[in-house]
Design a binder for this molecule. Structure first.
Ligand code: GLU
Length: 304
């Protein structure tokens, strides 16, 4: 399969695409990004990698980080985690409050904000320095030691994080947040501020395409059964209330973020990261989804 040729072809086709998406502006720092940025990077389990566009430039990965915190928590807790959250698509916006109230403070899944806040709470309970552990994990699986949080983005989100504070408070009232709310929010805002490039994200997500193992050394980072579950959650819950549309059009497990990044994996075959900051109405990168849809169409490789 000539992935480089396919990526070039897709990018050529999309060069005239009229992009009606909008950059996320509710975190002011995110609105400073150049909307014309575009990159796509694909890593194969056979070792080759293929790139087009701005694949080395770092951007705010935002919700994509929830896959990393889920993995860390699943390594720590096992099934006890599922007493504190469910594994169902929410069918609602990622920062919605009303479903959480109706369901007694139990988040629908780990990839909506409430779920990710519970994950952050668990990391605060389990680790003395949770932010350091997140960094250590991401640097390890991407094999890039310079990956870091973006302080400006973290502060910007903290200053405007009213809904996340509301979600955390609501869950605390139901007993589903155990630690101090500002400590939990701090971990969450920092993890969302992680800055990574498409190349680094595609590399990091190889763990999920490669049965939980690092490609280079074969070291097991997370056991294969847990990886299957994480991939199932990416498939069913990875795209806010557009997970059905993503499965329908693209047909791969993946996760998006409001920074305009999307990572998708094909188990045993590849991981692909794409970045284009303009989002559709549901908060997913508009060009990112177009790109991945064309990738699975042209390669004939969706998981279905
Ligand atoms: N940090 C963002 C928030 O909590 C993440 C949103 C996202 O990427 O879905 O609103």
């Amino acid at each position: 399969m000539d992935y480089t040729k396919i990526l070039n072809k897709i990018s050529e086709e999309l060069s005239n695409f009229s992009n009606s998406g909008k950059i996320a502006s509710y975190i002011p720092e995110l609105s400073k990004v150049d909307p014309s940025k575009y990159g796509v990077h694909l890593y194969c389990t056979l070792g080759s990698h293929h790139a087009y566009g701005d694949t080395k430039e770092r951007f705010s990965i935002q919700s994509i980080s929830k896959v990393f915190s889920l993995t860390l928590v699943m390594k720590l807790l096992g099934d006890a985690l599922w007493e504190r959250m469910d594994v169902e698509p929410s069918g609602n916006a990622y920062n919605s409050l009303f479903q959480l109230e109706r369901e007694n403070g139990i988040p629908r899944n780990p990839f909506i904000n409430s779920g990710a806040l519970v994950l952050a709470d668990i990391l605060v309970s389990e680790y003395e320095k949770p932010k350091d552990e997140i960094l250590k994990f991401v640097r390890n699986i991407s094999e890039v030691t310079s990956i870091d949080f973006d302080e400006k983005v973290a502060h910007s989100e903290k200053q405007h994080g009213y809904r996340n504070a509301a979600l955390a408070n609501l869950m605390k009232s139901f007993g589903n947040i155990k630690n101090d709310i500002s400590t939990v929010l701090d971990v969450y805002f920092y993890q969302c501020s992680l800055a990574m490039s498409c190349e680094e994200l595609a590399k990091a997500f190889m763990v999920y395409a490669n049965q939980g193992k690092l490609l280079k050394t074969g070291e097991e980072i997370v056991n294969p059964i847990k990886v299957q579950r994480i991939n199932a959650l990416m498939q069913t819950c990875g795209f806010y209330d557009e997970a059905g549309e993503f499965a329908f059009r693209v047909g791969l497990p993946g996760k998006s973020g409001v920074g305009g990044g999307i990572v998708a994996i094909h188990p045993e075959k590849y991981s692909a990261a794409v970045w284009s900051p303009k989002l559709n109405e549901r908060g997913n990168s508009l060009l990112g989804m177009e790109t991945l849809e064309r990738l699975t169409t042209k390669t004939g490789l969706s998981i279905f």
